[in-house]
Ligand binder design. Structure first.
Ligand code: HEM
Length: 509
């Protein structure tokens, strides 16, 4: 009897240690293993507090590939961009990106997927966020952007007084409201003559949505790490319910001019029998993926142009040239700018400045779950073995975008970094004399690459094109340091500033 209890206790202790990850040992062919000081949690606190600094330290100490324990899972970080190919190209049945997305959707939106959501998302994104579909969406976006930018600006009377505000709040709120209305539609115009009121209604309702969105977005990293305080948990739950209600299928379908990207997702899920309350949650996830990065990216884009007058001068000259080429004249009370796709194709300097902004501020983490034991070769020739259920991770911010071998003076904003001397787009970047295919990765890569990237680029360029066309802009304190970034957001797309920056603007004409 005592003997059986002893055996049981031993089995229990060994299973516990195993579950806590304490028995795992590095096997031949596997990368260096860093289990961290705390059983099971491993290095999660260091990673959550400042993933960037943590990974730089690991890279320095362990080289281009290493495995780290984070909250019960083992993550193998591949830090050599010349070795990204095998990870990015591997079939999703072997290195799966859906599983991580599914886990995140439950934590962030309460959305439990039973379908191949990413496949459906990809399909309707190809149709509505790219190619001909994008023309329709871009048209709605340019109209909404201009209405919002010029709202109450006294443009008809040629009123040119300076206004002052926080650039982050100004930019994010305009991009959010314009993007939200372009995708999710406008308030219905109930009767003739009430058009103005419907538009006011759009801006009022989307302002409330924006304010709640910013609050929710601050919880996102801690929701993913399951690290919210009980008080914040209650608030996050309240906000979730607010969005499920405001973006419910019922409320959304009452709108006008809803983009096909939204209506098609509703239609397909309804046909497949997805319950409506789950679809409400799915629509919340679409709001977050479509809005959480573009506003902050537009902020940094415009901020860098204002901070570096030489960049502003070059981009402004390009914008003026393109406008002039189409014979459009901006004057008080005149028509809005007809900003076409063709015009946005003729701005290589702006393209380079935008790419440079994203290189400096986009910091996504690409995660794949190994569905079987996998082996791949690093560019150095070393074989790397990964165990089933481990995760393989790329963090291009440290390994590519800030890599001084690939980008000289990587901390500096150089608006023409992505331009060749003849003014064409520069795509040739090297490491150890070898051409690097993935020289900047704001959109991720491979099967999970952002399906909204063409629309997002369009938004960024429309926003800057229109702001430079309509306004004189200046920083209130041009010598103020570039704002530091919130270190909790490493791995979550575009980084956000710790403080807002005051700026002044007034109509040019
Ligand atoms: C500057 C703006 C944006 C940036 C930097 C960005 C970046 C990213 C990144 C890095 C991913 C994940 C890629 C991966 O895991 O490999 C992603 C996923 C995605 N993005 Fe974007 N994105 C932006 C704007 C947009 C917009 C405007 C839309 C739609 C209108 C959009 C729709 C999506 C969707 C649907 C996904 C897949 C989400 C999932 O995996 O569940 N994105 N984006």
């Amino acid at each position: 009897m005592t003997f059986s209890i002893l055996i049981l206790a031993t089995v229990f202790i060994i299973s516990g240690l195993y579950l806590l990850g304490m028995l795992r040992m590095r096997r031949p062919g596997e990368p260096p293993l860093i289990k961290g000081a705390i059983p099971w949690l491993g290095n999660v606190l260091e990673f959550k507090n400042n993933g960037h600094a943590f990974l730089q330290e690991m890279l320095k100490n362990h080289g281009d590939v290493f495995t780290v324990q984070l909250a019960g899972h083992y993550f193998t970080f591949v830090m050599d961009p010349l070795s990204f190919g095998p990870v990015i190209r591997e079939a999703t049945s072997v290195l799966d990106f859906n599983e991580f997305a599914r886990e995140s959707a439950i934590k962030l939106f309460g959305y439990h997927s039973t379908l191949n959501d990413l496949h459906m998302l990809k399909e309707s994104s190809t149709k509505h966020l790219m190619g001909d579909g994008l023309v329709v969406l871009a048209q709605a976006m340019t109209e909404n952007l201009q209405t919002l930018m010029l709202y109450n600006m006294g443009r008809v009377k040629g009123d040119r007084k300076w206004l002052q505000g926080g650039l982050f709040n100004f930019t994010y709120s305009i991009i959010f409201k314009a993007g939200y209305c372009s995708l999710f539609g406008n308030e219905p115009v109930k009767s003739k003559g009430s058009e103005k009121r419907a538009q006011d209604c759009d801006w009022e309702r989307s302002e409330k949505l924006f304010q709640e969105f910013v609050k929710y977005d601050q919880f996102v990293p801690r929701l993913i790490y399951s690290a919210l305080s009980p008080k914040d948990k209650i608030e996050a739950e309240r906000l979730k319910r607010f969005f499920w209600h405001r973006l419910s299928v019922k409320q959304t379908l009452q709108k006008e001019n809803i983009n096909g990207w939204i209506t098609e997702q509703i239609r397909k899920r309804t046909e497949m029998g997805v319950p409506e309350h789950m679809q409400d949650r799915f629509l919340f996830s679409l709001l977050w993926v479509s809005q959480s990065n573009t506003g902050p990216a537009c902020f940094w884009f415009l901020y860098y142009l204002m901070k570096y007058p030489e960049a502003m001068k070059a981009v402004r000259a390009e914008v003026e040239g393109v406008l002039k080429g189409t014979g459009q004249d901006i004057k008080p009370g005149g028509p809005l700018i007809n900003l076409t796709r063709d015009m946005l194709r003729k701005v290589p300097i702006m393209d380079s400045a935008m790419e440079e902004t994203l290189r400096l501020k986009a910091a996504p983490v690409l995660t794949r779950v190994a569905k079987e034991n996998v082996k791949f070769k690093m560019a150095s020739g070393m074989d790397v073995s990964i165990r089933r259920e481990d995760r393989v991770v790329l963090f291009p911010y440290v390994s590519v975008q800030m890599n001084p071998e690939i980008h000289t003076d990587p901390q500096k904003f150089k608006y023409d970094r992505f331009l060749n001397e003849d003014g064409t787009k520069k795509t040739a970047f090297f490491k150890n004399g070898e051409k690097v295919k993935y020289y900047t990765m704001p959109w991720g890569a491979g099967g999970s690459i952002c399906p909204g990237r063409f629309f997002a680029v369009n938004e960024l360029k429309q926003f800057v094109f229109l702001m430079l066309s309509y306004f004189e802009l200046e920083l209130v304190n041009p010598n103020e340091e570039i704002p530091s970034i919130d270190p909790n957001r490493w791995g979550f797309g575009i980084m956000q500033p710790n403080n807002d920056v005051q700026f002044r603007y007034r109509l040019r004409f």
